[in-house]
Design a protein around this ligand. Structure first.
Ligand SMILES: *Cc1c(COP(=O)(O)O)cnc(C)c1O
Length: 456
């Protein structure tokens, strides 16, 4: 495959990107060009950031194990690649919410010898329990109906099901309450004695570990206390050597005692604290892995007093220019990210534009549309040197000083949300491209990635 030839206008377009086009391999360059032609926005994911975040957590939380959480397409970062990054950093456990996600990992080539997978959300009527048992997937049991269904599946599969008991310590989502726990333990005991279950672990989930007010801290204490009580009862019922796991990103960092045998940090794997109020990625030594970029669809000079987008919530204040960023709520850009300055005032989410005098932060103005939103560039185009097709950055790890690249936390702040939602929402039509994958993975691991997604 020959190196592609690109013209000056294409070079201009790429100048704002984090992708170091000139230094990519021929294959990498062709993949990037193909992605640019297939869609006007890209999520560029740094493999080394994922591996580094997980290595950091594994060393901080040791001797507690760390489960790599890759539910919801790995919070938007890509299921198999993120899974491989967690394994590369030494994880032996992978966690997902839905049964089908666990099966997708196995189908993607990550076999039972490579890691354990736990799936914690299913329903007893339709869940593919038999297939899960055959694929060696651990199943979290949170209801009596589920215990019965998994026991039947184990009998059919002629194989012991590996199960974890889910207990409700105060979140009121999945799990047994005090009142049903005795019956649950009795059933679990019966089926383990009959060789249908291997009860591997016991788990729960915190409701407020990311909040630092006194009442929330006391509530987290209370949940931990409740968890110990459930564990004691399970032990008394004969379940020994249970893997206890309850910690999420927030509590794994802030409460060493919550880590127990294993913690389950999700958001921090992708480079962010559970809440921006707790600190920046840098404060935690984390590196955000995903950079979202787009190519400006249209740019134009406009005068003052122009109403922008639906409902006229934004009006230009003087001679300026507007640009269209071709990502909208169909792509996962939150409608709350828009900016208004007419009836009510609210700064829009930031976008970093490369001008002839350096990077500049422009803000989303007016309502976010289905496929696009507008930014006010603040000056005429000629002065800025901004052209149609230029690559702009919506968020990333925060590179640069002064007009630094925005982060997903900045987007969360401007759209009344949390970083989780900012990247998990990104639609599948946005290509996911990986850099540093070749650096981190061996040939066999690389062969599990879609080759068109690998830039370097
Ligand atoms: C999502 C999830 C986690 C990870 O939570 P973070 O806040 O992303 O660290 C852990 N455990 C369960 C059960 C979850 O649903």
């Amino acid at each position: 495959m020959p190196f592609p030839v690109i013209g000056p206008r294409q070079e201009h377009s790429m100048a704002g990107s984090v992708v170091d086009f000139k230094n990519l391999s021929c294959e990498g360059q062709n993949n990037y060009l193909k992605a640019l032609r297939s869609f006007p926005g890209q999520a560029i994911i740094d493999f080394s950031a994922l591996v580094g975040n997980m290595r950091l957590m594994r060393s901080l939380f040791a001797p507690s194990e760390v489960m790599g959480i890759v539910k919801a397409n790995a919070y938007g970062h890509g299921l198999i690649p993120s899974c491989l990054a967690a394994l590369k950093a030494g994880c032996s456990w992978i966690g997902v919410a839905k049964a089908q996600e666990a099966l997708a990992i196995r189908k993607g080539g990550v076999g039972p010898k490579m890691c354990r997978i736990l799936a914690w959300l299913a329903n007893c009527v339709w869940a593919p329990y038999e297939e899960m048992i055959e694929e060696g997937i651990d199943i979290a049991l949170g209801s009596l109906d589920e215990i019965e269904a998994v026991s039947k599946a184990a009998q059919k599969a002629k194989k012991r099901a590996r199960v974890h008991i889910v207990v409700d310590t105060g979140f009121s989502r999945n799990g047994f309450l005090d009142r049903s726990f005795e019956s649950a333990l009795a059933l679990l005991k019966k089926y383990s004695d009959e060789g249908r279950f291997e009860v591997v672990g016991i788990m729960s989930h915190f409701s407020s570990a990311d909040m630092e007010d006194g009442a929330s801290e006391r509530y987290t204490d209370l949940q931990l206390e409740n968890f110990s009580k459930f564990v004691r009862r399970a032990r008394a019922a004969g379940f020994k050597g249970l893997l206890r796991h309850i910690a999420n990103s927030a509590s794994s960092f802030s409460r060493p005692l919550s880590r127990l045998e294993m913690s389950r940090p999700g958001n921090s794997f992708y480079g962010y604290a559970a809440d921006y109020a707790l600190g920046s990625p840098q404060d935690f030594g984390l590196t955000p892995a995903l950079t979202l970029e787009a190519q400006l669809a249209k740019v134009k000079d406009v005068g003052g007093g122009r109403a922008v987008s639906y409902g006229r919530t934004y009006e230009t204040q003087r001679e300026t220019s507007l640009a269209i960023v071709p990502l909208g709520y169909a792509d996962g850009i939150l409608r709350t990210a828009g900016g208004s300055n007419s009836s009510s005032k609210k700064a829009g989410a930031p976008v970093r534009i490369l001008t002839s005098s350096g990077p500049k932060i422009a803000r989303a103005c007016g309502r976010v549309c289905m496929d696009q939103f507008m930014v006010d560039l603040g000056a005429p185009l000629e002065r800025l040197g901004v052209l149609e097709g230029d690559t702009v950055r919506l968020f990333g790890p925060g590179r640069g000083e002064g007009e630094a690249e925005p982060t997903a936390d900045d987007w969360a702040k401007r759209s009344d949300n949390i970083s989780y939602v900012i990247y998990t929402n990104l639609s599948l039509r946005i290509p996911r491209l990986y850099v540093n994958a070749r650096k981190e993975l061996n040939e066999k691991e690389l062969s599990l990635l879609n080759p068109e997604c690998v830039l370097s």
